[in-house]
Design a protein around this ligand. Structure first.
Ligand SMILES: [Zn+2]
Length: 52
């Protein structure tokens, strides 16, 4: 495994699940969901894909 850090974003609104890297994670937190535009919190962008 490399040191590449990925996160699984799950939108609280549209329930869309997206794999994101650190840069994309920051963008999501700043601008909201790319699909529906809902506000995104740290909770929605976890470190590991815990939810099925
Ligand atoms: Zn959404």
């Amino acid at each position: 495994m490399t040191g590449r850090s990925t996160h699984t974003f799950v939108c609280p609104e549209c329930r869309r699940s997206i794999e994101v890297d650190d840069a994309m994670r920051a963008t999501l937190l700043e601008t909201g969901c790319v699909v529906c535009g809902a506000p995104v919190t740290e909770e929605n962008v976890g470190e590991t894909p815990a939810m099925s």
